[in-house]
Design a protein around this ligand. Sequence first.
Ligand code: MN
Length: 131
Amino acid sequence: MSGTARVLVVEDNPLNRELAEAILEMAGYETLSAADGEAALDAARTGQPDIILMDVDLPRLDGLEATRRLKGDPATEGIPVVALTAYAMAGDEERARAAGCDGYVTKPINRPSLLAAVTRALAQHAQEAPP
Ligand code: MN
């Protein structure tokens, strides 16, 4: 990937969304944002993000269903998705992986964990699908 990676931040809580965007932008990423699952699908198709940070608990369409639809659409199936969840329950990461998520990070959002999850998913994706 050349240039700055573009991250689509999908999060319905405005404070969390702004925090994630601020952390990513300070680390040099470009950001797009969406506040619900339907808006996420639109933004993924039109905004050409390199990676998506996807809150699981979203209005209109939850993050796991939005991820299933993204992974089922040839236009968006290649975009890595990192699930963002408040749940630290057993089985939650497995559910995210089963829905097609490529990575996983838990809230509360913190800078090192968020950046590590995004960096890891981008690196894995670059290995799997060289340009
Ligand atoms: Mn939420």
